[in-house]
Design a protein around this ligand. Structure first.
Ligand code: PMM
Length: 284
């Protein structure tokens, strides 16, 4: 299997993962990129705007959506993955199916992004270990609309993710290949999501890289006008990207790459200012 690594982003600056959903019904961008050339144009634009890797998914995780067959999932995503890899663009595959992960790995993706953290398909650990690729384990108690009870959501998520890591290591996945994701919105309400963000350093301190996927999610709706289109949530998302960076996140998964890029530019400049410690000259 040939593997392409994500391009390293600038020092300490989080990687930007641009979202490319090839789905007729994804909650925020469903149906827009089901034509191959539209998908490639959008992915290329995200790379030009600063994305380090493009996350290609064919199955919607929207509440109430039906599971896809592997054949249908492959039919949707493989032409896009092949074309992006041919253009030397780093790609991750967003899938809960080990057969899809294996096919995408053969096609040259750099990363496997599994929102179920290996719980939806028990073969996933074996396949991930075989590919040797980076693997994103999201916290998952079931599909988005699952009602879950937490004692302390941050501690519970951290402990459950650690269990997933331990299981993946038994399968032979190298610890340095594992990236953790709190799984915002997956069996979590707004309060859970904000606790996970506000206490993100409790996850980053586990020692694995951490990815944050807040982009356009429903818990951001109260921050924008009523009935605003989901793209209105891009400004709050970009602020979350900068705050996630400050909490030590390795990466952020977003729809609006340019807005997050700008937010991370501000974060970098802010930190450079802190490090150099020089007060600007009067009038500068
Ligand atoms: N969220 C969605 C899909 N895939 N992958 C990761 N690693 N983390 C997430 O939070 C995540 C994901 C659902 O959102 P979308 O429909 O906007 O892609």
């Amino acid at each position: 299997m040939k593997a392409k690594r994500a391009r390293a982003s600038e020092a300490r600056r989080p990687a930007i993962m641009g979202i490319l959903n090839i789905t007729p019904d994804s909650f925020s961008d469903g149906g827009r990129y089901s034509r191959l050339d539209d998908a490639i144009t959008h992915a290329t634009a995200m790379v030009e705007a600063g994305a380090n890797i493009i996350d290609v998914g064919g199955e919607s995780t929207r509440p109430g959506s039906e599971r896809l067959t592997v054949d249908e999932e492959l039919r949707r995503i493989m032409p896009v993955i092949k074309e992006l890899v041919a253009r030397d663009i780093a790609v991750s595959v967003d899938t809960m199916n080990s057969a899809t992960a294996a096919a995408a790995a053969d096609a040259g993706v750099a990363m496997i992004n599994d929102v179920s953290g290996g719980l939806a398909d028990r073969e996933m650990g074996r396949i991930v270990a075989q590919t040797g690729l980076d693997y994103i384990i999201s916290h998952w108690r079931g599909p988005s609309d699952t009602k879950a009870v937490y004692r302390d959501v941050v501690r519970d998520v951290r402990e459950e993710l650690k269990h997933r890591v331990a299981e993946m290591i038994v399968w032979g996945v190298k610890p340095r290949r594992i990236i953790l994701d709190p799984g915002l919105g997956f069996a979590k309400d707004a309060e859970h999501n904000w606790q996970l963000l506000g206490r993100l350093s409790e996850l980053t301190s586990v020692g694995q890289r951490v990815l944050v996927g807040a982009s356009r999610k429903r818990f951001l709706a109260p921050l924008v006008p009523d009935d605003a289109p989901t793209a209105e949530r891009d400004a709050p998302t970009a602020v979350i990207s900068a705050l996630a960076a400050e909490s030590g996140a390795w990466g952020v998964r977003v729809h609006d790459v340019a807005a997050t890029r700008a937010a991370l530019d501000v974060w970098s400049a802010w930190n450079d200012g802190r490090r150099t410690g020089a007060a600007p000259k009067a009038g500068a």
